[in-house]
Structure formats: C-alpha cells, structure tokens
Ligand binder design. Structure first.
Ligand SMILES: C[S@@+](CC[C@H](N)C(=O)[O-])C[C@H]1O[C@@H](n2cnc3c(N)ncnc32)[C@H](O)[C@@H]1O
Length: 273
C-alpha cells in the first residue's frame, strides 16, 4: 500500500470512529457537534451511512467572487446534491440565484423543490457599476416523504393552542430571511474572519423547519462552523467538515460551549411530537 493510500485509509477510519461517537452522543453533552478531519465534500458524504442524517446544508463556494470559478460547477454541484440525497431527506443548497437555478432541472430521483428561500441583506459594500448584490438563494430540496415542522416557529401561546388542537392551521415562517451581512461593525461578536461566513440567524430557520431536538444535521463544507453554532443553540447533533483545516480549527473553537436545553420556547415542541 502506498503511503498516500495509507493516509487515506487512516483518515477514513478516523472519520468512521468520529461518526460512531456522534451517533451515540447524548444530546445534552457539550459534544453535541462533531468536527471531522478535513476532507472533500464528496468523500465526507460517501463516508456517512445512508439515511442517518435528517438535514444536510450545502454552502459551497459560489462560482463567482471569492472561491473562484470552475467550468464543471453545475455538474459538480449536481453530484454533491445526489450524494447528499443518499443520506438525508432534506438538503439545503446555498448560492447566487442565477447559479443555483441550474439545479432546478437536476433534482435527484424522489426529491423535489420544497422552497426557494431568499436571504435578503441591504449592507453589501460592493462598488460595482449597476445593481448591488442584496440576495443569496437557498434551495430547500426534500424527499417526497420528508417531514417538516413549521410548529417549531410558534411562540409559547400559539404552541399551547397547537398542542390542544385549537389551531386551524400552522402559520409558517416567511421564505425571505432578512439579516445583514456580518461585516464592519455589524455582527462584530459573530465574525470569525471567514470570507463567506453566514449569519447564524439564516441557518437556524433551516434547522427548525426540518428537524427535532437531537436530530442530525450535516454541513460538509462548514467554513467557520455557523451550522455548528446553530446546532448548539437548538440542541441538534451536528457533523461538520471542510476541505480546509484552517476553517475547521475556527469551527472547533466556536463550538466549545454548552448547548441549550430543549426546555422551553420554540424548540420544546420537538421533544414530544
Ligand atoms: C461559502 S463557504 C461556507 C461558509 C459557512 N457556511 C460559514 O458560515 O462559515 C464555503 C466553504 O466550502 C469549503 N469547500 C469548498 N469546496 C469544498 C470541497 N470540495 N470539499 C469540502 N469543502 C469545500 C471551503 O473551504 C469554504 O470554507
């Protein structure tokens, strides 16, 4: 066996071990979020057993601007989504609208577009001549049988009515998420130095809509670990990976705190569905 093969096998073993640990995690331990050793998204997705993840968040580079351009981007992303479809029933795909739109006609078999979500921000500092960027898209792709939990967005009073069967319909959250870019003095406490870091407030709704407490959320291109932070806030098990050790180190530091407990408020309903 060549040394390159040995290293690949070692990393695969380490990943398998970490995944086993993450499966047995008690959702109240501070190890709620597992950070895998760095790796390519396709390797990470293929190392995870089928149907073990509830929601996968895919936030790759965007094929313009930071991260550069690749000729085969649409085919590559289609392959990533197809791999994610083997392990989870919900998939979120972030990107610029004109780029992720190409995936609408490339859905994996048995999956459909559940929602076209827009993240709207007003504070992009771009100085280009013309329209200033103010939106990102997040495609919510789901298996036909996938469950959603709009009741997770109810306030305590609404939740009481929901539980006692007095609510005629469950009002869903808006499909437009408004949050400023974390730049300059905005979101100073949240900023990690990652050039494409998402605000936690645009990741949490994705998790709330598709998971219950203790469910598993995977982010194989996690950057600075925003999904990990959201998992800790909402008491979900998170699995994070990225091709860059530099960003994974930031993610590891970021998740060093106790998770919230699913005791009250918007996430309580998830304990007794
Ligand atoms: C848009 S950023 C993710 C930002 C993240 N959501 C956050 O809030 O910090 C894209 C990330 O994907 C990672 N990435 C790009 N291509 C990858 C690949 N083929 N495999 C694994 N990670 C990759 C990059 O290293 C980068 O950190």
């Amino acid at each position: 066996m060549s040394s390159e093969t040995t290293i690949a096998v070692d990393v695969a073993d380490e990943k398998a071990e970490l995944l086993e640990v993450s499966e047995s995690l008690d959702s109240e331990t501070k190890d709620l979020v597992t950070v895998l050793p760095s790796g390519d998204v396709l390797d990470t997705l293929s190392s995870i057993p089928e149907n073990t993840v509830t929601a996968t968040i895919l936030d790759p580079w965007y094929n313009k601007g930071v991260g550069g351009y690749r000729e085969d981007y649409h085919d590559w992303l289609e392959g990533v989504i197809a791999s994610a479809a083997k392990i989870s029933k919900h998939i979120f795909v972030w990107g610029f609208p004109e780029i992720v739109a190409h995936q609408l006609t490339r859905m994996p078999a048995g999956f459909k577009l559940m929602a076209w979500l827009t993240w709207y921000y007003k504070n992009c500092p771009s100085v280009i001549r013309g329209w200033r960027s103010a939106q990102n898209t997040c495609l919510h792709i789901a298996a036909e049988e996938a469950k959603i939990y709009p009741e997770n967005f109810l306030n305590p009073a609404q939740l009481e009515r929901f539980k006692s069967g007095k609510m005629r319909f469950v009002p869903g959250p808006p499909a437009v998420l408004e949050a400023p870019l974390n730049i300059g003095f905005v979101g100073k406490d949240e900023q990690t130095g990652h050039p494409a870091q998402k605000p936690v407030s645009v990741i949490e709704p994705l998790i709330l809509m598709t998971t219950r407490c203790g469910d598993v959320v995977l982010d194989p291109m996690c950057g600075s670990g925003t999904t990990g932070e959201a998992c800790i806030n909402l008491n979900r098990k998170g699995i994070l990976c990225d091709e860059s050790e530099e960003w994974l180190e930031i993610s590891r530091k970021r998740i060093q705190r106790e998770p919230s407990r699913c005791e009250s408020g918007q996430t309580l309903s998830l304990l007794d569905p």
